[in-house]
Design a protein around this ligand. Structure first.
Ligand code: ZN
Length: 207
């Protein structure tokens, strides 16, 4: 089973109707380009006690906030700001997360998140303001910083394994060796010199 969530590259079309106002498309894009974190948003909504397992490359597995399950069915992809539950098939971006969690329209969710991005909650309605404050209350949890740290350590560990394998082969430019190592580690091969995108199916022990 593919444990990483790659299929939904851009969920703007899912969140917004075709003929919607251009200002919402612009706001949506600004939200997705901003430094708002989907993991921080997820934890702030779900509560800090939610079970989360960090993987390499800022991929996180979590309990679902929409249905009861004990096998961490939700994949949260921080790089793409997307979540997806393999149990109940709910998924989407920051916008769809807020819209689904608080049972509000995607437009309203966009208004809330855009206000958070521009740090001005002045234009929000009373209900939107309540939701924005609820989100912001636990948004900067130190627990989430720790999840990012663990993910980063796993990424470094895997990168080191790849590099040491290639060094042993005696040729840093040996693309075949790199490809072979990526295959062994079940990660996606990317050409050298750029940060390797890592998706692992099984947890690897830390060095
Ligand atoms: Zn679910």
């Amino acid at each position: 089973m593919g444990l990483y969530y790659d299929s939904l590259m851009d969920d703007r079309d899912y969140a917004l109707p075709y003929n919607c106002d251009q200002q919402y498309i612009d706001k949506y894009d600004k939200i997705m380009e901003s430094n708002l974190s989907i993991l921080k948003l997820w934890v702030s909504i779900a509560g800090e006690s939610i079970d989360i397992k960090p993987r390499a490359n800022n991929i996180f597995y979590s309990d679902c906030i929409f249905h009861a399950a004990d096998d961490l069915p939700v994949c949260i992809n921080e790089n793409k700001k997307l979540f997806f539950c393999y149990g109940c098939h709910k998924g989407g971006s920051l916008v769809l997360l807020v819209s689904k969690c608080f049972n509000i329209s995607a437009f309203s969710a966009i208004d809330i998140l855009f206000s958070i991005v521009k740090k001005d909650l002045g234009d929000l309605s009373k209900r939107q303001l309540k939701i924005a404050k609820r989100i912001l209350k636990k948004y900067n949890s130190p627990i989430v910083e720790n999840y990012f740290k663990i993910s980063n350590e796993k990424t470094n560990y895997i990168n080191k394994r790849i590099e040491s394998y290639i060094l042993k082969k005696g040729d840093l430019q040996d693309e075949l060796a790199r490809k072979k190592m990526c295959k062994r580690l079940c990660i996606k091969y990317q050409p050298p010199k750029i940060n390797i995108n890592i998706y692992i199916d099984d947890d690897l022990p830390l060095a």
